[in-house]
Design a protein. Structure first.
Length: 122
């Protein structure tokens, strides 16, 4: 995408020298261009050796289409302080116990309410 050009306002500095006699900052001196490269004859161009060619990855072009947010996720995951194996095992056991206790409690409450509704309505 091309950058839009900025418009100069009427009060912007001109290319004329400033009142102090110094050239303006925006003015550039014409510098000589570098000489054009001289074309070499085809016989003097070095050719690559007959080394075996590497196979190209056919999926390498897909790397260009990778969205930036995936790279952001990967960089953030590298910054994470991951728990140790002991912490992971301990917290897994705690979650399992709490889930079992809550499940059994809710099951007993459901059975109790079911028994009460059955006695009252039927």
């Amino acid at each position: 995408m091309a950058r839009p050009q900025r418009r100069r306002s009427a009060t912007a500095t001109s290319d004329a020298p400033a009142a102090s006699g110094e050239p303006s900052r925006r003015r550039r001196d014409n510098l000589p261009r570098p000489a054009a490269a001289v074309a070499q004859p085809a016989s003097s161009i070095p050719r690559p050796s007959a080394a075996p060619r590497r196979r190209r990855n056919p999926l390498a072009a897909l790397g260009r289409f990778e969205p930036r947010w995936i790279a952001d996720i990967v960089s953030e995951l590298k910054k994470v302080t991951w728990p140790s194996w002991d912490e992971t095992r301990h917290l897994t056991i705690v979650v399992s116990i709490v889930a079992t206790v809550v499940g059994v409690s809710l099951g007993l409450i459901d059975l109790g309410f079911g028994w009460v509704i059955e006695k009252l309505l039927f």
